[in-house]
Design a binder for this molecule. Structure first.
Ligand code: GP9
Ligand code: MN
Length: 429
């Protein structure tokens, strides 16, 4: 009810942080091309197998002087996996403790999401392209609630038996076919391309295996670098297209990994991949780092150490686009802001900060990985502040979703999204 909203509003206002002034609006009015890197972990960046880079194209982007790269950026998804990542990126609101918020509430809830905001503030056209079924994770409904103008799922693409693996079209085929749709989008656009080949069980046909598997002997792990390499090549082809069409001149690229590719059930193989003698639950939490990069001609880039997560992506993007977000209900903070609190909540209540990590009720020093056996009074105080923030955010966020609280709130300038306005036609539900 309204009182629930009041407490949410109060909390959000109290924790609001100004964006970084120097970066405010540096990408104002540019196209935004979001590349979803399926199951892509940060450790793959600069990773080598037999002396060969697994992801040369992404490595080049990562190190470019025109790329803002975040090396301590974490995924924060729960059971909703990809859909939780999308929920956080579009809304700066968490997924749920169980299930997928996009599936359970995407059709019925009111949202004030990135595509609607960008349309209303700066007349952006928005679209999602994905070589998989439109109904997966309830995308075909949730995207309407988010205010996406267009959705191009599998039914918009030519499909043949050898085009497809796992959950959708192979990334190279998906991206090359997407080009004709990208060309026709009215600019400026906010476009999300959702890749899918680098998804468990990491299988790809012989012809597209152009790097060796790793040799941990763990069958579900060893193919990972191979599909990641394939994804990287597909990205390379897309970048070449952007260059050829000069779209790169007026486009802000944003790339992110949605969640882990190697789950916590593969400690031995993970240790071997990282060249470590052991791998515990603390290591597994640190393993939740995924890439986040913003790339644009002329952007003042660099590798940033700020700790953050998917909840912070929208405020960071809005910082670059010069979109004021002080009157929006959101839990994230611009990663460019010097005052970013750097508290990265995990959906189960664990957290990472530059100083402390909480893993299944135990506390560790983030830098050394040493477990803290006895907390000092001062540590107790600091950690209880962090715990308060983590639990408040998660529970307030849950109340927004389960109580559909955004129907009671909108900034004056915002017009409520009408789902009926959108029809994705060929949608293959
Ligand atoms: C399918 C894809 C996979 O469309 O996005 O989702 P995931 O299994 O990673 O949550
Ligand atoms: Mn995923």
């Amino acid at each position: 009810n309204h009182n629930d909203l009041k407490s949410v509003q109060k909390y959000v206002q109290r924790h609001y942080i100004e964006p970084n002034n120097e970066y405010f609006g540096v990408a104002k009015g540019k196209n935004v091309l979001v590349i979803h890197l399926e199951s892509f972990q940060q450790f793959l960046i600069d990773y080598k197998v037999d002396g060969k880079e697994v992801t040369p194209n992404l490595n080049k982007l990562y190190h470019s002087k025109n790329t803002l790269s975040f090396k301590n950026f974490f995924n924060q998804v729960g059971q909703g996996k990809t859909s939780d990542a999308e929920m956080m990126l579009e809304n700066s609101i968490y997924g749920l403790q169980a299930g997928s918020a996009m599936s359970s509430y995407g059709t019925t809830n009111t949202f004030e999401s990135a595509p609607a905001i960008l349309r209303q503030k700066d007349n952006y056209t928005s679209a999602v392209m994905h070589g998989g079924a439109g109904s997966f994770w309830n995308r075909d409904n949730a995207y309407k609630s988010f205010g996406y103008d267009y959705f191009f799922p599998l039914s918009f693409y030519k499909n043949k038996k050898h085009y497809y693996v796992g959950y959708g079209l192979k990334d190279k085929i998906f991206l090359s076919q997407s080009v004709k749709y990208i060309e026709h989008l009215t600019q400026p656009f906010y476009l999300k391309l959702i890749t899918v080949t680098n998804h468990y069980p990491y299988e790809i046909d012989k012809k597209n295996q152009s790097i060796d598997k790793t040799d941990t002997g763990d069958k579900t792990v060893d193919g990972y670098v191979q599909t990641a390499h394939y994804l990287d090549q597909a990205i390379g082809e897309l970048l070449a297209y952007l260059k050829k069409t000069k779209l790169d001149k007026n486009t802000l690229l944003m790339l992110y990994g949605d969640h882990y590719g190697i789950s916590g059930n593969h400690h031995r193989a993970s240790a071997q991949l990282l060249g470590k003698s052991s791998f515990n639950n603390f290591d597994n939490l640190q393993f939740q780092r995924v890439p986040l990069m913003f790339h644009m001609n002329g952007l003042k880039g660099g590798i940033k150490h700020t700790y953050g997560g998917e909840i912070d992506v929208r405020p960071t993007l809005f910082n670059l686009l010069g979109i004021k977000d002080n009157d929006l209900i959101q839990f994230g903070h611009s990663l460019l802001s010097p005052d970013n609190p750097q508290i990265v909540a995990q959906r189960n209540g664990d957290f990472v900060t530059p100083e402390y990590s909480k893993v299944e009720g135990s506390y560790y020093y983030t830098k050394s990985g040493k477990r803290i056996k006895h907390l000092t009074v001062e540590q107790k105080r600091k950690i209880s502040l962090i715990n308060n923030i983590v639990t408040s955010e998660l529970s307030l966020s849950d109340r927004i979703i389960t109580g559909n609280l955004l129907r009671f709130y909108k900034p004056d300038w915002f017009t409520t999204v009408k789902r009926k306005k959108y029809s994705y036609k060929k949608s293959d539900t």
